[in-house]
Design a protein around this ligand. Sequence first.
Ligand code: PLP
Length: 472
Amino acid sequence: MNKEEFLKYGHEIVEWAAEYMENAGKYPVSPRIRPGEIREKLPSAPPETGEPMETIFRDFREIVLPGITHWQHPGWFAYFPANNSPASVLAELLTATLGAQCMSWNTSPAAAELEEVVLGWLRGMLGLPEGWAGVIQDTASTSTLAALLTAREKATGYESNAKGLKKPLTVYVSTETHSSAEKGVKIAGYGRENLRIVPVDEDLGMDPAALERAIDADEKAGLVPACVVGTVGTTSSGAVDPLAAIGRVARAHGMWFHVDAAYAGTAALLPEKRHVLDGVELADSFVFNPHKWMLTNFDCSAYFVRDAGALVRTFEIHPEYLKTGEDARVNNYRDWGIPLGRRFRALKLWFVLRSYGVEGIRAMVREHLRLAGQFKGWVEGHPRFELLAPVHFGLLCFRFNDNRPEADLDALNRRLLERINASGRVFLTHTTLRGKYTIRLVVGQRTTAERHVREAWDIIRSSAEALSEDRA
Ligand code: PLP
């Protein structure tokens, strides 16, 4: 493709993107596609000779787009948001254009220094302790894995079990902790049998007394408690673990304390919500995802550590071909995580922070919380809906309960969710809380406004009433 063609299709694609970002709401949120349907429309072999961009872009619109789930739709209330923004998308275009590998300071000094600066900004915005250092990872799963690996290395003396430790190391999570912690435990070699699942209290936060009992029991059995993972904003219900109490237990036992605030960390940008991070100062590491609820398109996970030296000692590697004369004076982010090659992710974060400003981001989050509060009021005010968990953020957990036997309510709510999503106007997902099938609704998409939340409630209510009448 020559420059003229790049300009022609560049304009066309940017126009398409601008239209999509304003009007993603015109598509059904999730596609009605059967498995294999898209694959059947694609040739089994690549073209021998290049095809015109016109044809490729046409196929994107006609074949790919109908099979896309529209995460940027204002009716997106499923899982957690993964919102983007025009500023972030433009920065991604520049990142792809530069095509820089940002593994070491000298492979792109501006990328390394911008990453230092924007993560310093984020640290201050969240009120994390001074002296903590940040690095961008691809996902919260990777950040949590980095925490588990560092905890393992710390417990064993940083290099090939230098402390001569032969005893198994144990890790503690709650029943509500995200599955990425369990995956990390498997990958990091702790062994699934050394993962302890601590019970939660009535608000679904980890019970610190039960945590302490589990740790004491393991110590008595000759095991070595190495790491505990606390969560701010659990995936199922948005619960908040008591960080200060967990942190005190972790300190008392010389353990690593990792805090996962992948989704809800963004809420702590609001002074009136900062209390959700109280106790984080006792943590060793902390992750939150600007790619969830902070207008920065996937992937961008901000990982902060108290002791950058511990992180670097875990991951650093010095092959001759990567050594430079600057190594002692700069951050080589290849040593702050798993991959060698790294994308220039700091650029989109910088674009987002500058184009919205801290207040612009806070305004979006505040509005989402207001809308979630409004929805909560509607659920509470309806005689046949019930909330199933406290609401701390934009996530609401509820079910329809028309007084049929408890044993039938799960099936009723499963059918209700199918009916809601069949509307194509909104997309919600489910979980189970204390064994009850629970519908989740998360307000967090950039373009979601009050009218969309009202529409969601109308669809939910009328679908529930229709289902209830079917039975009558
Ligand atoms: N932690 C929590 C609390 C989450 O809710 C999620 C995903 O929703 C994750 C971790 C995993 O995030 P990622 O996709 O960035 O690995």
